[in-house]
Ligand binder design. Structure first.
Ligand SMILES: Cc1cc2nc3c(=O)[nH]c(=O)nc-3n(C[C@H](O)[C@H](O)[C@H](O)COP(=O)(O)OP(=O)(O)OC[C@H]3O[C@@H](n4cnc5c(N)ncnc54)[C@H](O)[C@@H]3O)c2cc1C
Length: 391
């Protein structure tokens, strides 16, 4: 059944159905086997949710960014890997939608993405620069006939083997500075992905994110005209921090729900006394409220600025604001999962119980590495010394 996605409410109802009926049912197997969550991504595709953010004029559902963020929360709540894949795809889509700048090739790409429900991955990190998205080693090379190529050593490309297209950061040309970057969008048929590692990580196992040497040949019009520095500041970084945070909030919320279910079970067994763990549950809930408040206010601020003077997103104060969101959410989410596990005790520590928290804890621990928090603090530390107004 394909649902009419006319409103944000309809989109979220569909996402909740997919999250609850499909993603949740396969989450443990996806995690155990470190396999791509093909059932839930297939269903999201079927419901045309991969183009939810694409304007209606280009064949998408034209949903607001808030709806996508809430969808990331719902999916992350049932399967962290599905939530993160959906988030990463939508971050790339948002990047193109918001920086089209009359680039006809990219407009036509969004039409294809909508009609074919193409899945878009990203290769921004690089061997040699790590998670520093603002520098590249690989460069766009243009041959005598005008066609372009690159070779990039990418340490982690989530769902690279399952993606229809990849958005890659590159130096503008072989003689450009590391920070003079562009992004190129290449189709699977234009690339060769040679694996350089396997994927057997602690968490987020379903994202299937090994390293590759990516080589590609493509047309010059597949390079987005807008400089990456602008794309990154106005969209890619804040959108990533917001959508990732919604996924982590979803994971932490499910961990809390499991802990609550466990404590309610204890209370049912001994209706005459309140279990001591109820007090810790209350403490955990106040921590969860803090995480939720931070994530929601980050989303509100981003939407508000995006609807007004979007260039404000390129200010130092804005960079600090969304960097802090990422760092705080990525530290709070695993703490919350650990709190939930200690409430559930051995039932939380064991896999395969209704109160298992292992997957949640492991998935949430990827958050502080998805661009290392130390790297973000390093950037923030410099900004704090030069920015005028930061509070
Ligand atoms: C689940 C998951 C999926 C991902 N998917 C993708 C993807 O699809 N595409 C993509 O491009 N990337 C992706 N990444 C991000 C990518 O894997 C990492 O950001 C990148 O590989 C950096 O790896 P690194 O931690 O080894 O390197 P670095 O960022 O270089 O960090 C190495 C070490 O150095 C420390 N460090 C780095 N800089 C500083 C500093 N300035 N001060 C102090 N310490 C510092 C770090 O804390 C860390 O201990 C993903 C990451 C995860 C966890």
């Amino acid at each position: 059944m394909i649902t009419d996605l006319g409103t944000p409410e309809a989109v979220l109802a569909t996402v909740r159905r997919i999250a609850g009926e499909v993603a949740a049912a396969h989450a443990d197997d996806v995690d155990t086997a470190a396999r791509f969550p093909s059932e839930s991504i297939g269903e999201l595709r079927e419901e045309r949710l991969l183009s939810a953010l694409v304007p209606e004029s280009l064949g998408g559902a034209g949903m607001p960014f808030e709806t996508i963020a809430h969808a990331c929360f719902e999916l992350g709540r049932r399967c962290g890997a599905t939530g993160l894949i959906f988030a990463m795809h939508q971050i790339q889509v948002a990047t193109i939608v918001r920086h089209l700048d009359d680039a006809p090739w990219f407009e036509s790409y969004l039409r294809d993405l909508s009609s074919e429900q193409r899945l878009l991955a990203s290769a921004t990190s690089e061997v040699g620069t790590g998670g520093d998205m603002g520098r590249s080693i690989a460069a766009v090379t243009v041959d005598d006939g005008g066609s372009c190529s690159f070779e990039k050593r990418a340490p982690t490309v989530s769902y690279g083997a399952h993606a229809d297209d990849i958005l890659t950061t590159l130096r503008r040309s072989p003689d450009a500075e590391p920070g003079d970057q562009v992004i190129a969008l290449t189709h699977a048929s234009q690339m060769s992905l040679e694996p350089t590692s396997t994927w057997n990580p602690l968490g987020m196992r379903g994202t299937c994110s090994p390293g590759y040497v990516i080589t590609a040949r493509f047309a010059a019009e597949q390079v987005l005209p807008t400089p990456f520095a602008r794309v990154s500041a106005e969209t890619m970084v804040p959108a990533a921090h917001i959508l990732w945070s919604h996924v982590w909030l979803g994971i932490a919320t499910d961990a809390f729900d499991r802990a609550r279910g466990y404590v309610k079970g204890l209370a049912k067994q001994r209706p005459d006394t309140r279990p001591p763990a109820a007090l810790r549950l209350s403490q955990l809930m106040s921590e969860l409220s803090l995480l939720r408040a931070g994530v929601e206010s980050g989303l509100r601020d981003f939407v508000e600025v995006s609807n007004g003077d979007r260039e404000q997103l390129a200010t130092m104060a804005s960079a600090l604001r969304f960097n802090n969101l990422k760092v705080a959410a990525s530290e709070q989410a695993p703490r919350l999962c650990q709190g939930a596990m200690s409430i559930c005790g051995i039932a939380g520590y064991m896999n395969g119980t209704p109160y298992s928290i292992g997957r949640h804890l492991r998935d949430s621990m990827s958050a502080s590495l998805m661009v290392a928090n130390e790297r973000i603090h390093d950037t923030n530390a410099s900004l704090l010394l030069i920015a005028k107004d930061v509070t």
